[in-house]
Ligand binder design. Sequence first.
Ligand code: NAI
Length: 339
Amino acid sequence: MAEKKTHKVTLIPGDGIGPEVTQAVVRILEATGAKFEWERFAAGAEAFEIHGEYIPAALYESIERNRVALKGPVTTPIGGGFKSINVTLRKKFDLFANLRPIRNLPGLDTKYPGVDLVIVRENTEGEYVGLEHEVVPGVVESIKVITEKGSTRIARFAFEYARKHGRKKIHAIHKANIMKLSDGLFLRCARQVAEEFPGIAYGEHLIDNTCMQLVMNPFQYDTLLLENLYGDIVSDLCAGLVGGLGLAPGANLGVDCAIFEAVHGSAPDIAGKDVANPTALLQSAILMLRRLDEAAAADKAQKALETVYAERKSLTRDVGGTAGTTQFTGAVLAAMAQN
Ligand code: NAI
């Protein structure tokens, strides 16, 4: 039998709860049978203390080489300080698509059972280009950039994803009644791409209405196509539909490069207390396993995760349990050993 491939993966533990959830996920990944060589790097404030750079050059080089990274959350200072590490990495590697599947796990008593949504968020444009300036004291301009190229490629990504994964309907979410030019362009591009995919239904909803509709009846949606800021906000809303931020996974995808990370942030309120839920990062890592053609390892981890949730004995506090990060991780490892 051929020797199993070792995957070189850049690992960014991050800060806050990042190191705890990353360590948990690495333990689980290493027990799946897939083989990894981790290249570990600090980023953000911690990296600055060690290297004098928020993103060390060696971290860029590692992602450049490996083309795949697993990343914990990194704190971004509010209202000043350094630029978001997340936004910088997405831009640097042109990871234009942020894919966020939203599904229930068994055993959790959430508002709605059977939610199955996919969020496709444009990841490099919109308000996140970071173009802000003070025109005169007391007046600030923040520039939102929407391009035909960026809008067309994210729309095409969404439709191709839908076709490949048997999804039936895409809604482009917008505010083109107010942002007539920018959101108008985004919609025009989405409509043009939709015409190339007659087998997939296409609709458009205003962002404010969408938030209400999602809370009232999430089943009317299948796949949501959103600009950067709307996608960011709606992702947290949708995470809330299935049990919270401890559960929602994500993937930042470019043409041949990917960074897998949870939707949630560094959760400073619970950092260092062994209470963080590693499920969101684990589900992100399962997406990574599939991208690395490790389907058996991905299925194994997913099955173990679902077993732990269905049994309800070792769940973390955010989803109504009493277990800590370590106990939860031990339960997933034990379930995997029994598979
Ligand atoms: P957050 O997502 O860190 O936390 C929001 C709430 O959800 C908190 O009550 C937290 O305890 C809870 N929570 C989040 N993840 C959890 C988990 N795995 N298990 C249990 N509970 C969890 O959002 P917040 O507080 O707005 O942001 C904190 C920092 O994280 C900020 O500096 C922000 O910029 C950064 N951030 C980083 C992201 C990234 O690295 N991709 C994404 C989002 C925010």
